[in-house]
Design a protein around this ligand. Structure first.
Ligand code: URA
Length: 236
C-alpha cells in the first residue's frame, strides 16, 4: 500500500497534512524518513511513525463525510463518464461507497463507508435519523404554504411526514427566501418536490446535518474521516 494512503486512512491526520509531513521528512518507515508519498509499504510488517507517533494498521472500516459540490453524481460509477462523488474520495479508498444519495444539484453532507451494517442502520426508515437541509427557494412562501409543508404534503411518491420548516431570511429584492428544513424520510427529491408543491421551486439545496453530525466548515469538495465518537453516536 502507498505510504500516504496508509497514514491518511489510519485517521491520524488529514490527507493534506499527511502529504506535507511526508515531504518534510516527519514520516518514517522502519525508523528512516521517507519523502515519497507513494512509497510502497507492507501493512503489518513495516513500522510507520508520523511525527514520532506510531501509526496503527488500518481500521477494518472507514467512515467519512464529504461536502458534495453541486454537479457531481452520487453513484459509484457513471457509464457516461460524468463526474461522480467517487472522484473526490477514491484517493483514500476504493472500497467505500456513499450512504444514501444527494441528487445531482444538491450539495453538502454525504457519508461514505465500507461498513454495510452502518449504512443499513442509517438508511433504514425505522431509525428515522433526522436530516437538516438549507433550501433557497424562488419567491417568498406565505405562512399558509409553510404550514402545509410542516403538516405533510402530497408529492408524486406519496404524502410526506410532518417536518420542521423555518424561514431564515428573505433576499433584499424579495425574489428568494432561505429555509431550514428538518426531515427524517428519504423520499426521492423530497425537499425539492415539497417546495414545488407549494409553488416555490428550490434554486439551491444543501444538506448540513445527519443525526448529530454537522457539516460544519468543511470546504466544498473536501472530505474528512469521522471520529470514533461521531461513529458511535450515529450508530446509537
Ligand atoms: N431532497 C432533495 O430534494 N434532494 C436531495 O438530494 C435530498 C433531499
Amino acid at each position: 500500500m502507498r505510504l500516504e494512503k496508509y497514514v491518511a486512512t489510519s485517521g491520524i491526520a488529514s490527507r493534506r497534512s499527511v502529504k506535507k509531513s511526508i515531504h518534510a521528512g516527519l514520516v518514517t518507515v522502519n525508523g528512516e524518513p521517507v519523502l515519497v508519498p507513494g512509497h510502497p509499504i507492507e501493512v503489518g510488517i513495516d513500522t510507520i511513525e508520523f511525527e514520532g507517533k506510531q501509526v496503527e494498521p488500518l481500521a477494518e472500516h472507514i467512515y467519512l463525510m464529504l461536502n458534495k459540490p453541486a454537479g457531481c453524481l452520487t453513484t459509484r460509477h457513471d457509464e457516461r463518464g460524468r463526474p461522480t462523488v467517487m472522484d473526490l474520495v477514491s484517493d483514500l479508498s476504493d472500497t467505500i461507497y456513499p450512504v444514501g444519495r444527494l441528487d445531482l444539484e444538491t450539495e453538502g453532507l454525504l457519508l461514505f463507508t465500507n461498513d454495510g451494517n452502518f449504512a443499513h442502520r442509517l438508511l433504514h426508515p425505522s431509525h428515522e435519523v433526522e436530516k437538516t437541509y438549507l433550501a433557497w427557494v424562488k419567491g417568498v412562501p406565505r405562512d399558509e404554504a409553510v404550514q402545509r409543508l410542516r403538516a405533510g404534503i402530497t408529492i408524486p411518491s406519496g404524502r410526506t411526514a410532518p417536518a420542521k420548516v423555518k424561514r431564515l431570511s428573505v433576499s433584499k429584492d424579495g425574489a428568494t427566501a432561505k429555509f431550514e428544513v428538518v426531515i427524517h424520510e428519504g423520499k426521492k427529491r423530497q425537499v425539492r418536490l415539497m417546495f414545488k408543491a407549494v409553488g416555490h421551486p428550490v434554486i439551491r439545496l444543501k444538506r448540513v446535518r445527519i443525526g448529530n453530525l454537522r457539516l460544519g466548515s468543511l470546504p466544498s469538495g473536501q472530505y474528512r474521516l469521522l471520529t470514533a465518537d461521531e461513529i458511535a453516536a450515529l450508530m446509537s
